[in-house]
Write a new protein. Structure first.
Lengths: 112, 110
């Protein structure tokens, strides 16, 4: 079981669709992260939020749009994705930047 | 943040200690060593972290060399459920980045 909840667990979308991934935590953590993980590769950092403000964008294409509407919730809005964007998308949170990250179990995204 | 180097794969007999090495020769004085593992199709799981002293918790021990250029994660009695990819990560104190290296795929053999 994980205290970081990601929904949906699986998502299939076409290249013209718009969809959103959701991440929720109720541990009072103030830092939240999005990672992308391709098969047999390590997770790659995409975005970092600190106190609901975007802190890091690792030069991610604009077809990925993060949003942090409140301290418990992190969204990743997807639009006009490519098949190569198919991956496991992981969310994580931490109390601050001196603490371990807690990860969710991810959303498995397939772009057709 | 400093880069880490780990062997791509290791085997360990069930019940024996698993010793996973990590090289971080460019580590700075204000950088911590973190260890995570990822079991297939799950999110990474925190194991342990340390700065310069050896650390132990209910999951594992972390041994950091005196010069801090390398460390070893020790799983004292490996079980089949410890089969996973283990990541060693170096993170600056107060740093908002958290980058994964290539990791070590540990297989525990019955």
């Amino acid at each position: 079981d994980t205290e970081v909840t990601q929904t949906p667990k699986h998502l299939v979308m076409g290249m013209t669709n718009k969809k959103s991934l959701k991440c929720e935590q109720h541990m009072g953590h103030r830092a939240m992260y999005w990672y992308k993980q391709k098969a047999k590769k390590p997770p790659e950092l995409m975005f970092v939020y600190s106190y609901e403000k975007l802190s890091i964008n690792e030069s991610v294409p604009s077809r990925f749009s993060p949003e942090c509407p409140n301290s418990s919730l992190l969204n990743l809005h997807l639009h006009a994705l490519q098949p190569e964007d198919s991956a496991l998308y992981l969310c994580a949170s931490s109390p601050g930047f001196n603490s371990p990250l807690h990860f969710g179990n991810g959303t498995r995204l397939t772009v057709t | 943040d400093a880069k880490t180097t780990q062997p791509p794969s290791m085997d360990c007999a069930e019940g024996r200690a698993a010793n996973l090495p990590c090289n971080h020769s460019t580590i700075s004085g204000n950088e911590y060593v973190y260890w995570y593992r990822q079991i297939h199709s799950q999110g990474p799981q925190y194991i342990i972290h340390g700065l310069k002293n050896n650390e132990t918790n209910e999951m594992a021990s972390l041994i950091i060399t005196e010069d801090r250029k390398s460390s070893t994660l020790i799983l004292p009695h490996a079980t089949l459920r410890d089969t996973a990819v283990y990541y060693c990560i170096v993170r600056r104190l107060g740093g908002n980045q958290f980058y994964f290296g290539t990791g070590t795929s540990l297989t525990v053999i019955p």
